[in-house]
Design a protein around this ligand. Structure first.
Ligand code: ADP
Length: 333
């Protein structure tokens, strides 16, 4: 799906690698988070210590991995990449932690999906750069303390609310990444266009910026499709080319993806605009409540199609207009 914020393929991963900003100055937008990170890195450099642990929270595709790489790059430190789903036992984490070199940056993506037993090991590691390794089983089991090299943990999560408090509290700070506004997305696109050598008009960039769901990953992906379209049709990447290319791929004027559309349409047609509870909605759409709450809803709220109320989710008048539907007169259902 062209407008899904998740990574699509290995090819996309390679494409993204080429476009990733390498420094905080190159990183577009997120002014507040950039300022916070800069302070953290400079203070650590002045004191000659490893920077505090950082938690990056926010929907996929907004730059969490990129920022982790920048933390390593700016401090000239090696980077180790791991992810919550890859850490299913405390032993998986012990293996990673015990092999870190001094000053290394450890990036754990989707940290909320790490095994519980590993979480507890991580508390001690973050606080004291030490872990306890359990040896043996049953009554004869003993724990052997192991000193670790000082490291900086950069955790990323789409759900900071799912992290246990003791883990959240051990991060020096939590950066909340926000969806990008259109001028910022235009800047992301301008930069990417220069890097992949596409000559594209200003208003064409603005058109893509308005349809990429506030997400740099999607902006870059749409740019790539527009480049292909212009190439195949022997055309310049102007606004007409952009509109035709994006229409071909069903990217609508708001950049809604299939799941966004399905959530809004379900509320409109099956629940007459709501209110409907999250779990009922999730079952109707056939998606996990978690994904709807952390990935889909923040964007729908932002573009003004959905409101969250204590009674449930409600589609806005704008949602009815966008889908060209009308509320049934009279009853709720
Ligand atoms: P996440 O880890 O949050 O899913 P990534 O860091 O992998 O997101 O970012 C996805 C892509 O979007 C990267 O390839 C990067 O090129 C681009 N990107 C993200 N944030 C920015 C930004 N602030 N400026 C420029 N490009 C960005």
């Amino acid at each position: 799906d062209l407008t899904s914020p998740e990574l699509e393929s290995e090819a996309e991963l390679a494409f993204e690698g080429a476009l990733r900003p390498k420094s905080l100055t190159e990183f577009v937008g997120q002014t507040k988070v950039r300022g916070q990170l800069e302070l953290l890195l400079r203070a650590a450099a002045m004191q000659g210590r490893t920077p505090d642990h950082v938690l990056l929270a926010g929907p996929p595709g907004l730059g969490k991995t990129t920022l982790a790489m920048i933390v390593a790059h700016e401090g000239n430190r090696p980077l180790r990449m791991s992810s919550g789903p890859a850490i299913q036992h405390a032993g998986d984490l012990a293996a990673v932690l015990s092999s870190l070199v001094p000053g290394e940056v450890l990036f754990i993506d989707e940290i909320h999906r790490m095994a519980r037993s590993a979480e507890e090991m991580l508390y001690l590691a973050m606080e004291d750069f030490r872990i306890d390794i359990m040896v043996g089983k049953g009554a004869g089991a003993t724990s052997i303390p192991l000193e670790l090299s000082p490291f900086t943990l950069v955790g990323a999560t789409t759900r900071s609310g799912l992290l246990p408090n003791p883990l959240r509290d051990r991060f020096g700070f939590t950066a909340h990444l926000e969806f990008y506004d259109e001028p910022e997305l235009e800047e992301v696109l301008r930069r990417a266009a220069a890097l992949i050598d596409v000559d594209i008009d200003r208003d064409a960039l603005a058109e893509i910026a308005g349809r990429c769901r506030g997400t740099p990953r999607i902006a870059n992906r749409l740019l790539r499709r527009v480049r292909d379209y212009a190439l195949v049709h022997g055309r310049r990447a102007d606004i007409t080319t952009v509109r035709e290319a994006l229409d071909l791929y069903d990217v609508d004027a708001l950049g809604l993806d299939r799941l966004d559309r399905s959530v809004v349409e379900t509320i409109l047609t099956r629940f007459d605009g709501g209110p409907v509870g999250l779990n009922t909605l999730a079952v109707s759409v056939g998606e996990e409540a978690d994904t709807i709450e952390s990935v889909v809803e923040p964007f729908l709220v932002r573009v003004g199609l959905l409101t969250r109320t204590p009674r449930g989710r409600i589609a806005t008048p704008e949602a009815w207009r966008h889908f060209g539907l009308q509320r049934r007169p009279g009853g709720l259902f």
